[in-house]
Ligand binder design. Structure first.
Ligand SMILES: *Cc1c(COP(=O)(O)O)cnc(C)c1O
Length: 389
């Protein structure tokens, strides 16, 4: 099997699993218990928090563990909106956010908040002058994702943070796709809140974290015990947290070496698709894109057919098209960069991770042109196109 869906999830690394295993059984103590057996769990959580803080260049006291990346996004946005609602009820985000951000914003709109969804250019970048123009007296939060999960476009985070600061507005970024791909220093970049998720960089599913710069006004997310300094109650997922800590350490060390390797696989795939397959379009930014992201639209085909045929060849990839995402609408991200409905249905996302090799890419390039041709040969639209040209 060739796994090219690393933006959806990644396998837990062996070192990560080894670090986690004792905390399910022999070291099962509750971190809130005072006896030593409980305290060894508390220490493990402390160490994991330090590893996340090291990866982001912040203080461990600014890291809060959550149940997933979606929870971190929910908390950042709802927490800041509610805690600052006396100041204002306006939020700015973008049209291409992950649903964990978009649906949270839509929920807040029902609660009486107002949200501006910034458009993006053809490469998926927001325009800074449009961000500035959207700022109002009552804007309390700007939430712009670090890098897009579908098309890989990286936003001008530092410039956005500078604008937020100039207007005294809090800045949150969903960095779930950026960890292990881009080096992040929250202080240098000026980020106030940042979401991340363990399973996107070699850690386990069901654990994430939210960085909250000290001094940021935010409501507590889960009410109950005193865990996560009373902000997020619930007995800690010790094994998951230990796994996330180990995973972020591994994902962020020797970063440039790893990303260079992944980038070379990405560029091989992009060059060969453009060379071998007619009527295709690379989605996302040509240079400011995640090292592991390839996203193409192929005219005259449906994404699902392509994914099935790839699967039959042992290749797992993804598409922003209809059936795969369980909805009839094509990807909101592809529509936002101006791809017409019909063409957006024929998209392919290949997301490359540390587990991939150049041989995987060669195999993909060996089978993909034939798959596309086979689907086009069955397409009435393609037949019509050939007749007219
Ligand atoms: C995967 C993902 C999330 C959600 O993370 P979960 O841990 O799966 O809830 C949020 N934002 C982006 C950009 C993602 O890629």
């Amino acid at each position: 099997m060739i796994y090219f869906d690393n933006a959806a999830t990644t396998p837990v690394k062996k070192e990560v699993l080894d670090a986690m295993l004792p905390y399910f059984s022999e070291k099962f103590g509750n971190a809130s218990s005072v006896y030593q057996f409980g305290q060894q769990s508390a220490t493990a959580i402390l160490e994991a928090r330090q590893k996340v803080a090291d990866a982001l260049c912040c203080k461990p006291g600014e890291i809060f563990f959550t149940g997933c990346g979606s929870e971190a996004d929910n908390w950042a946005i709802k927490g800041v909106a509610y805690a600052n609602r006396n100041k204002g009820k306006h939020i700015i985000t973008t049209a291409i956010e992950h649903h964990a951000v978009l649906h949270t914003c839509q929920y807040l709109e029902k609660q009486g908040f107002e949200v501006t969804y910034l458009p993006v250019d053809e490469y998926g970048k927001i325009r800074l002058d449009e961000l500035k123009a959207a700022i109002r007296e009552d804007t309390v939060l700007i939430s712009v994702m670090f890098a897009n999960n579908e098309i890989g476009t990286i936003q001008p985070i530092k410039e956005i943070a500078e604008i937020a600061k100039e207007y005294n507005i809090l800045f949150h970024t969903d960095a779930v796709q950026a960890i292990g791909a881009v080096s992040i220093n929250v202080n240098e970049l000026g980020i106030d809140l940042l979401s991340l998720s363990g399973h996107k960089f070699g850690g386990p599913k069901g654990v994430g974290a939210l960085y909250i710069r000290s001094g940021v006004r935010i409501d507590n997310f889960m009410h109950g015990g005193g865990q996560e300094r009373f902000k997020r109650a619930g007995t800690e997922n010790t094994a998951g947290i230990v796994g996330l800590g180990e995973a972020i350490k591994l994902a962020t060390e020797n970063l440039s070496e790893k990303t260079e390797k992944i980038k070379s696989i990405r560029d091989y795939i992009i060059t060969n698709i453009e060379e071998k397959i007619p009527y295709c379009r690379l989605n996302g930014h040509p240079t400011d894109r995640l090292c592991g992201n390839v996203n193409f639209c192929f005219e005259f085909i449906e994404g699902e057919g392509m994914l099935l045929l790839l699967d039959m060849n042992g290749i797992s990839a993804s598409s922003g098209s209809a059936c795969t995402s369980g909805s009839l609408d094509p990807s909101h991200v592809l529509l936002a960069i101006g791809i017409p409905h019909g063409i957006a249905h024929g998209s392919l996302r290949v997301s490359i991770g540390e587990i991939n090799t150049m041989a995987d890419a060669e195999k993909l390039i060996e089978v993909l042109p034939g798959i596309i041709q086979r689907l086009r040969d069955m397409s009435p639209l393609y037949e019509e196109h050939l007749k007219n040209n």
